[in-house]
Design a protein. Structure first.
Length: 372
């Protein structure tokens, strides 16, 4: 067997870097091929606003003339500044079941990060906690929901054999409308909270999208700031993400909570377009774009991506108000299955909310870390 060699992947070979995933998941019925156009944007250091405060290097592992693995090493200056951690990240990891190749890829990422003056490596982050995050360690018998990760089970061994250990687990809760509707506590708490606070729930006004986005920016970086690993998004990053998600938005499921005219909470619930993307083979044009419009009513799942209340209004039951709104609004458009993800394993408030809805942890994602 030929020796494994590592080569840097220049920006001009981003397409090849992405295309390698098709080699790994060939014949895997649960995998959802990523949209090329979106992933190419994420990896583009000139156009992705994330890289205004970050740097990244991509690597291929070869055996002879064959690519057997890939990885990216990421230095996130915002994370270092916000958390005071001298830490870097690895991401976009894909590899054959080849221990030597995997370890040489991790070595390459480690060496690059060490040369940047960092002393630990965490991941997978693709490329940050505001993107696809974590390694799937439970729930391999199901396709990922929108913007969630998926990987072969043997990746656990490749990563842990290198010496990575658990930093944090992220939970995904499966919530069925039928089970959620049985939660008397949820609706009781929601009703009490409505009366006590006078909160009003309004859906996004797409005709005033720019102004609505300002409310998102206000709530997002304020509500999630205390969470482990949270990285505030810049205005440019939020604008960029909103531009990508705008064509997919279901207006009735993007909600703002207001008390006396002040925005105090925000929920982003997206239809699981992965149900459609699964058959697109990574391509949106020329014809698959039309399917987004004509087949979206066939989507059966939704994912609650974010639900946050600003700190001064937390622990007042306002999350229950949002949850009750979501269940009723989703049912009106024929969505009876949902995922709440991801939720930190030690975020007791969010975990209690999911449990009150009779949610079940059905997938677990792990963030790993290793001193370098």
């Amino acid at each position: 067997m030929s020796e494994v060699k590592i080569k840097v992947v220049p920006q001009s070979q981003r397409k090849a870097f992405l295309k390698f995933a098709w080699e790994i998941y060939k014949g895997d019925s649960y995998w959802v091929p990523p949209l090329f156009i979106e992933k190419m944007k994420i990896l583009n250091k000139e156009k992705n606003p994330f890289f205004k405060n970050a740097d990244m290097e991509m690597f291929f592992a070869y055996r002879g003339d064959n690519i057997v693995g890939r990885i990216a090493a990421i230095k996130n200056d915002t994370h270092i500044k916000v958390h005071g951690e001298n830490i870097g990240f690895f991401g976009f990891f894909e590899c054959k079941n080849d221990r030597e190749a995997a370890h040489k890829l991790f070595d390459a990422a480690k060496d690059w990060l060490k040369n940047k003056g960092l002393s630990a490596m965490r991941g997978p982050a693709n490329p940050s906690s505001n993107d696809e995050y974590g390694l799937l360690i439970k729930g391999f018998d199901d396709s990922p929901r929108l913007m969630m990760t998926y990987n072969p089970e043997y990746y656990i061994g490749l990563i842990e054999d290198y010496g990575f250990t658990k930093a944090k687990d992220l939970y995904a809760y499966r919530i069925y409308n039928e089970e959620m509707s049985k939660s008397d506590k949820l609706f009781r708490v929601a009703e009490i909270a409505r009366k006590r606070t006078g909160i009003k729930i309004n859906q996004i006004d797409m005709k005033n999208f720019k102004a609505e986005l300002e409310k998102v920016k206000y709530v997002y970086n304020k509500a999630w700031a205390p969470n482990w690993g949270f990285i505030p998004m810049t205005d440019d990053e939020i604008d960029n993400l909103a531009k990508d998600l705008k064509p997919l938005v279901e207006e009735s499921l993007v909600l703002f909570g207001e008390i006396n005219g002040e925005t105090v909470g925000f929920a982003l619930v997206m239809l699981d377009f992965n149900e459609l993307f699964k058959d697109f083979n990574g391509r949106l044009f020329p014809f698959n774009f039309i399917k987004l419009l004509t087949k979206r009513k066939k989507i059966s799942w939704a994912r609650t991506i974010t639900l946050g209340i600003i700190p001064e209004h937390q622990k007042k039951g306002l999350d229950a108000v949002f949850y009750s709104e979501i269940i009723h609004r989703a049912a009106k458009i024929g969505i009876f299955k949902g995922e709440a993800s991801w939720i930190l394993e030690d975020n007791e408030m969010m975990k209690r909310g999911a449990e009150v809805m009779n949610g079940e942890i059905y997938k677990i994602y792990r963030i790993y870390q290793k001193d370098i």
